[in-house]
Write a protein that binds this ligand. Structure first.
Ligand code: GTP
Ligand code: MG
Length: 574
């Protein structure tokens, strides 16, 4: 968060800009207990228990509760590109202190503004005008997505606006390759890639704000619902520009956790019965999907995909630029998200390696944003985790071990599947493994270059290869629904491409003309090397291209890799 020089001390005294008020458990619940009545609707007050932070690791629930609460005090304002930052903040701060704000561009300029108090937000919304349109009709639905209008002369055309935009998308791959080529070690390249690609603080806030805006729509029917992001928006492995997976949670009113009084009289709601839980999910998503389509400002291209294994509503949220997937009754995916988040928090190498492998896979078309026979980011992440469990000593524990460490409060069974694992990070003892990221990356490629995919299944629950229970080319056991294969969609061609690319990348990392910095200066673009080379499809082009190049004497290990590659090719021909 940066302040312009012109935005001086005078404003600093009235606005608590740039300070992130992470409220403690007491004030958070106090704040959440207040029922806001703005927009003539109740804003949900679902309190998620903020779990203790231990040893510097915040539980996902803690992070989500704090982010949700911030989002509920925030507005999204479309403004003119020349909007004067100082005037804008002065205007808004008439309603109360602003905790944090930032500008970004997505089909126009937008600002996210977080107030210190909900009352300020209510006051601002009270004052906002209804747009007057003479020749069009509009849906009279008020939301926290607003437009800034200016009839005065405050923002003269030649006046500098002063605001700096926070990027919400990644830099192009060729720019990334140049940046990485300037680094001095592969280790630095890997950490630099994570720094450049990971979700920023602002992008994360925007994701929770979009969930909160959506929740306002769903709350018209289900005031107690929550809409939480899951998947890569919150699991620690999200890249700028990744989709926004959302989970509409009506568990508070589903009867699932209802407690019946032991005796005496009581009243209960009459509720319509449905044929199955899936049918409830489908009708709920169908109605909310229609509301999003008809009433949701900025929500376009709404598709209801209700017959999928996991029914969903897909749409684009234009003001944020997010591609959104709204699901309901998807609690196993929430648990997977929590598990991936936990693994990412245990050791920084986990996130770095996952980021690197995801980016490498995308650069070579191993993964894609279009559904198909390719490996998904989720499967790929599980493959990295499995590899890290196979080190000696292992860098991360198995899921079975995490389950054994669970306390009574961690017990969680979803539709018959045991999703229990420890939530108290301090109970997890890590073994001393000090391998560098460079070595781990090499070993990852070697590991999957020679993995017996034809016979073995990958299981992060057990942390070792299991016999494949079915004939699918790639078998990755679903961590919680253990009879399912998360990579059932992957065909033999895609798996072969993955293995061949692992072999090529491993080979390249052992070449001295690839694995050492290649110079370059401020004027001249640096020659790609190390990880940068691995991200260039033309460099990792297949065995034919490689044969033409001057080769270093191969080590025994690389010789055997090449041998295995040759055998695979012969096997395919026969
Ligand atoms: P990107 O969106 O590609 O950045 O990654 P993502 O992790 O968000 O993947 P995706 O949007 O495809 O899925 C969202 C979440 O749903 C994942 O993080 C998982 O928690 C869960 N998920 C996705 N695919 C599967 C699957 O095949 N099985 C299970 N159990 N969960 C899945
Ligand atoms: Mg996703």
């Amino acid at each position: 968060m940066r302040l312009s020089a012109s935005f001086g001390a005078a404003m600093a005294s009235t606005l608590a800009v740039c300070r992130l008020h992470m409220k403690g458990r007491g004030s958070l619940s106090k704040c959440l207990q207040k029922v806001d009545t703005f927009l003539h609707r109740t804003i949900g007050t679902n309190v998620v228990a903020v779990k203790e932070e231990r040893e510097g690791c915040k539980s996902l629930y803690g992070v989500q509760a704090a982010r949700q609460e911030q989002a509920e005090r925030s507005v999204l304002v479309s403004c003119h590109a020349r909007t004067n930052e100082k005037n804008f903040l002065k205007y808004l701060s008439r309603h109360g202190d602003i905790n944090k704000y930032f500008f970004y561009e997505s089909y126009g300029m937008y600002a996210v503004v977080e107030f210190a108090n909900r009352e300020s937000l209510a006051s601002l919304l009270e004052e906002a005008a209804i747009p007057s349109i003479s020749h069009e009709s509009m849906v009279p639905f008020k939301s926290r997505l607003l437009s800034l209008r200016n009839l005065g002369s405050a923002d003269a055309p030649n006046q500098r606006s002063g605001q700096q935009c926070q990027p919400q998308t990644t830099i192009p791959i060729n720019e990334l390759i140049q940046r990485l080529s300037r680094e001095e070690s592969i280790e630095q390249q890997i950490t630099s890639l994570t720094d450049v690609y990971q979700l920023t603080e602002e992008n994360s806030r925007l994701r929770f704000l979009v969930c909160s805006l959506l929740k306002d729509i769903a709350a018209a029917y289900f005031p107690e619902c929550t809409i939480n992001p899951f998947g890569s928006s919150v699991n620690g492995f999200g890249k700028l520009g990744c989709d926004l997976d959302m989970f509409l949670d009506v568990d508070g009113i589903s009867g699932r956790n209802a407690k019946m009084p032991k005796s005496g009289l009581w009243l209960e709601y009459q509720m319509k019965r449905a044929s199955s839980e899936r049918a409830v999910t489908q009708s709920l998503l169908s109605v909310i999907g229609d509301c999003v389509d008809q009433f949701g400002p900025g929500c376009v291209g709404v598709q209801k995909i209700l017959n999928a294994r996991c029914p969903l509503v897909r749409f684009a949220h234009q003001p944020s630029g997010f591609q959104c997937d709204l699901t309901a009754n998807n609690r196993v995916a929430m648990k997977s998200t929590e598990l991936l988040y936990l693994y990412g928090e245990l050791d920084p190498r986990v996130r770095h390696l996952v980021f690197t492998v995801r980016c490498w896979a995308r650069a070579h078309g191993i993964t894609s944003s279009i559904p198909g026979a390719w490996i998904t980011n989720f499967s790929l992440t599980v493959m990295v985790l499995f590899f890290l469990q196979r080190g000696s000593p292992p860098i991360i524990p198995t899921l079975d071990h995490l389950r054994d460490l669970a306390g009574p409060g961690d017990k969680n069974v979803i539709e018959g599947n045991d999703c229990t694992f420890v939530s108290d990070f301090s109970k997890i003892q890590l073994l001393s493994n000090t391998e560098t990221l460079e070595k781990l990356l090499c070993e990852f490629f070697e590991f999957y270059s020679t993995f017996a995919f034809n016979r073995m299944s990958i299981s992060i629950r057990k942390g070792n290869e299991q016999n494949k229970p079915e004939v699918a080319p790639l078998h990755i056991q679903n961590p919680f629904e253990t009879s399912l294969n998360v990579s059932k969609n992957v065909n033999a061609t895609q798996l072969d491409r993955f293995v061949a690319l692992c072999q090529e990348s491993s080979w390249l990392l052992h070449q001295s003309d690839t694995n050492t910095p290649r110079g370059g200066n401020a004027e001249k673009a640096p020659t790609p090397w190390g990880l940068a080379t691995l991200l260039m499809p033309s460099q990792v082009a297949g065995i034919k291209g490689r044969k033409k190049r001057r080769r270093e004497p191969a080590s025994e290990r690389i010789k055997s890799l090449l041998e295995s590659l040759k055998n695979t090719n012969q096997h395919k021909k026969s």
